[in-house]
Design a protein around this ligand. Structure first.
Ligand code: SF4
Length: 71
């Protein structure tokens, strides 16, 4: 599964992604952009935020699920 990420070092807090795709991107209490924890991300919406971001700070990354195999 893929999930969006935000490069916080590049983000200038313009709030574009929050306006375009609020179900995924929001501003945390301490001021940086956070990605919601969802089982399924709305691709069109995230891709719109990627296009909109003036700093190219948003992308997709592969999300790995950790499965613990017990003894
Ligand atoms: S659109 Fe890009 S620069 Fe603007 S707040 Fe979102 S991640 Fe940061």
């Amino acid at each position: 599964m893929k999930r969006p990420f935000v490069d916080l070092g590049a983000c200038t807090l313009c709030m574009g992604c929050v306006e375009v795709c609020p179900e995924v991107f929001s501003q945390s209490d301490v001021g940086f952009i956070v990605v919601a924890d969802l089982d399924d991300y709305p691709q069109a919406c995230v891709n719109e935020a990627i296009k909109y971001c003036p700093e190219d700070a948003i992308g997709w990354e592969e999300a790995y699920v950790c499965i613990r195999v017990g003894r």
